[in-house]
Design a protein around this ligand. Structure first.
Ligand SMILES: Cc1ncc(COP(=O)(O)O)c(C=O)c1O
Length: 386
């Protein structure tokens, strides 16, 4: 099909030309003379994006799932208790990864479409007077439901009860798109992948790690080899890796970080907020429901749309892919077949979003959903012009 494919999923996102060009070069020697500067630039740029001066960055080849594992095995021991806030498919995955390592996971169950309730977290922490809970697991932006949780409020819950548990936060679909403050929110490990706000192809696991997490890692007994962050931190300081890193992706990462720096993080967040609001207006004007229940928890990186009763979202997504070469996010976990997700993050502008929304409208109509063509795009345009 001519033209570009519309990758309207919530990651991987579109890779900017600049980043593609930065990666289109010969593979270099990762022990050679130019590699150290590349590592240094990537680590420094990532610190800015995590909004940390105190935290350390750890980079691995991998993916977000690997980053979960890295965060857990370096800080916890089998038999430790952890409170996992579970409000969707990805927070379920984070909790299951912990359980796989023998961590006693206590799930704080939250309905799909809702954010992590800081008051319930606070109550649980206050009840844990013996401080048996060693960590609290939170997904900042639950990509399966389009819900952003208040990490600062979870920090306040920990501080309020004087609880020493580590705060481990998944920022896979929020970092570099939605405001995330590693230092200010007292996060101990934040983890992410490169394929969303960082505008790269998939292939890395990226962590920011606090001093407390580093200290915890000295006693943590979970088995680890590849994910052991100690050798990575040590060799990174010398501009090296303890194994062959994803050199080409690092070229792309340096360029993507430069682009984020040029735009300015505050502007990046504002752009995402604006495009997200335009998308939500479009969805609402089409008479469709947004899965996220509370407007203050709406995600600025994706919108999960509830398919009208009687229509299968998986079949709808297949139809859009075949007819328009447009990829929409499928419903995951408990909302499989009933939700589709529109990604609006990463390297995206107004016109691209409008193209995606036009595609959604077109396909809904074609699929038999009773909507008025143009209603969604018009609502988005009116918002963008106002
Ligand atoms: C919030 C969140 N966490 C973790 C993951 C897993 O990341 P990956 O697919 O890169 O392993 C994803 C993937 O979309 C995600 O959205």
């Amino acid at each position: 099909m001519p033209g570009r494919p519309f990758l309207q999923i919530p990651g991987p996102t579109l890779v900017p030309e600049r980043v593609m060009r930065a990666m289109a070069q010969a593979v270099i020697d990762h022990r050679g003379p130019t590699f150290g500067a590349l590592v240094h630039d990537c680590l420094a740029g990532l610190k800015d994006v995590f909004q940390t001066t105190r935290g350390q960055i750890v980079l691995y080849p991998g993916s977000g799932t690997g980053a979960w594992e890295a965060a857990l095995v370096n800080t916890l021991s089998p038999g430790d208790r952890a409170l996992a806030c579970v409000n969707g498919h990805f927070s379920t995955g984070f909790a299951k990864t912990a359980a796989a390592y023998g961590i006693e996971v206590e799930r704080l169950e939250v309905a799909y479409g809702e954010g992590v309730p800081a008051d319930r977290v606070a109550a649980r922490l206050a009840a844990d007077t013996a401080h048996e809970l060693r960590a609290v697991l939170v997904v900042h932006n639950e990509t399966s439901t389009g819900v952003t949780s208040g990490v600062a409020a979870v920090r306040a819950a920990l501080d309020g009860s004087g609880h020493p548990a580590l705060l481990l936060v998944d920022t896979v679909s929020s970092l570099a798109s939605i405001d995330f403050k590693f230092d200010a929110w007292g996060v101990d490990v934040a983890l992410t992948g490169p394929q969303k706000g960082l505008m790269l192809p998939p292939g890395m696991a990226i962590l920011a790690v606090s001093e407390r997490a580093l200290t915890a890692s000295e006693k943590a007994k979970c088995p680890r080899a590849f994910w052991d962050w100690q050798p990575v931190l040590e060799r990174n300081r010398r501009g090296e890796f303890p194994y062959t890193p994803a050199t080409v992706l690092l070229f792309g990462l340096r360029e993507a970080l430069a682009m984020l720096h040029e735009e300015g993080l505050a502007n990046v967040f504002a752009r995402h907020a604006r495009l997200a609001e335009a998308c939500r207006r479009a969805v609402q004007a089409l008479g469709l429901a947004i899965l996220c229940r509370k407007p203050e928890e709406y995600s600025n990186t994706l919108t999960a749309v509830v398919m009208p009763h009687g229509f299968d979202s998986d079949a709808f997504i297949r139809h859009a892919a075949q007819r328009l070469d447009m990829s929409l996010g499928v419903g995951l976990g408990a909302v499989k077949g009933t939700v589709f997700r529109i990604g609006h993050l990463g390297s995206l502008n107004e016109l691209e979003l409008l193209g995606g929304l036009a595609g959604v409208e077109l396909m809904l109509k074609d699929f038999g959903v009773p909507i008025r063509l143009g209603a969604g795009v018009t609502a988005a345009e009116e918002f963008l012009l106002a």
